[in-house]
Ligand binder design. Structure first.
Ligand code: PEP
Ligand code: MN
Length: 336
């Protein structure tokens, strides 16, 4: 904890801050510079720096240690590899997770599984419970959809990732999925995160629509603190003032997270852009930036998809992209 006093802060103000730091259990080191007095607090309890920033005579206050512990890179400097059967997420190979936004019917998922497996991807995605902005939009097939997805995945040697929307769905989802996805809208559903901490299956945690990287890592901390160490983070675009794309795909979040945390990080260029014609460029960028995987939407007939068709690639587009991604991965010392 570091508190920088304002120029001309009085001795009484400085003493007041020191007293408060001591109360919070900090060992205080005072350094008097030409202009500013800086108070360094070592040890002590975690607290909100803004509580100090509003005190008289204080210019700024900062945490020295990160507010998340288990998610921090220091906790596991070598990085985490999430291993599911032979698939390693966080290893050298960039893992491809692809499939439709929503599970729609048996034939659609069978075709998707064929496309995904034939391209060399390892994981099929598809939502059975859909978090739609409008209550009148298609809400997903539920358990019937999960059955279809699991069958198609097993027939093609693929793993399954699908979104869990609330804690009551967890037992059902565990029966069908290899990875449980927490959607952007649920990144700060702390009750759900706590329950997922008790689960012993990997969780793919998407960044919230307006979440900072620190908030993403604190949400991961909830799951880790519950004892589930298999968390995969996902950049899926954030809301900004820009309207040319559905979201602003924050490519820089990938190297930032890789530096701050030991957890694997994947990129979702589909939700990240909302536009099929922009998806390949952002998928390439994500791998170049160090992503451990790509999660993206693919459908045999995207124009007729029941959700997110505009950001979904068809088979030829996906095949072409996979070829490009192999080249990008090689250029950065990895494989796809
Ligand atoms: C999805 O993956 O289909 C989805 C709803 O994603 P997000 O939570 O990122 O919007
Ligand atoms: Mn979608």
């Amino acid at each position: 904890m570091l508190v920088v006093m304002q120029e001309g802060a009085t001795e009484a103000q400085i003493e007041h801050v020191i007293a408060r730091l001591v109360e919070l259990g900090f060992d205080v080191h005072r350094s008097t510079g030409v202009i500013h007095t800086v108070l360094g607090g070592v040890g002590g309890n975690d607290f909100d720096p803004s509580l100090f920033e509003v005190m008289d005579g204080v210019k700024e206050a900062h945490r020295i240690v990160s507010p998340y512990k288990l998610a921090s890179r220091n906790f596991k400097p070598g990085g985490t590899v999430v291993k599911i059967r032979e698939v390693e997420i966080g290893g050298n190979r960039v893992v491809m997770m692809a499939g439709p936004c929503s599970i729609e019917n048996h034939d659609q998922i069978q075709r998707c599984a064929e496309i995904v497996a034939a391209s060399g991807a390892q994981v099929i995605r598809g939502g059975a419970f859909k978090p739609r902005s409008s209550p009148y939009s298609f809400q997903g097939m539920g358990e019937e959809g999960l059955k279809i997805l699991r069958e198609a995945a097993d027939a093609h040697g693929l793993l399954v990732v699908s979104e869990v929307m609330d804690q009551t769905q967890i037992p059902l989802m565990l029966g069908y999925c290899d990875i449980l996805q927490v959607g952007a809208r649920n990144m700060q559903n702390f009750n759900l995160l706590k329950e997922l901490g008790k689960v012993r299956k990997p969780i793919l945690l998407k960044r919230g629509i307006a979440a900072t990287i620190e908030e993403l890592l604190l949400s991961a901390e909830y799951i880790l603190a519950g004892g589930n160490y298999e968390v995969i983070l996902c950049e899926r675009g954030i809301r900004s003032f820009e309207t040319a794309t559905r979201n602003t795909f924050d490519v820089s979040a990938i190297p930032v997270v890789k530096k701050l945390s030991h957890l694997p990080m994947v990129g979702d260029p589909s939700h990240g852009t909302g536009r099929r014609d922009m998806v390949p460029a952002m998928a390439r960028a994500a791998i170049a930036a160090g992503a451990d995987g790509i999660l993206m939407e693919v459908h045999p007939d995207p124009d007729r998809a029941m959700s997110d068709g505009a950001q979904t690639l068809d088979e030829p587009q996906f095949r072409e992209l996979m070829t490009q991604l192999r080249g990008i991965a090689t250029a950065v010392g990895r494989s796809v």
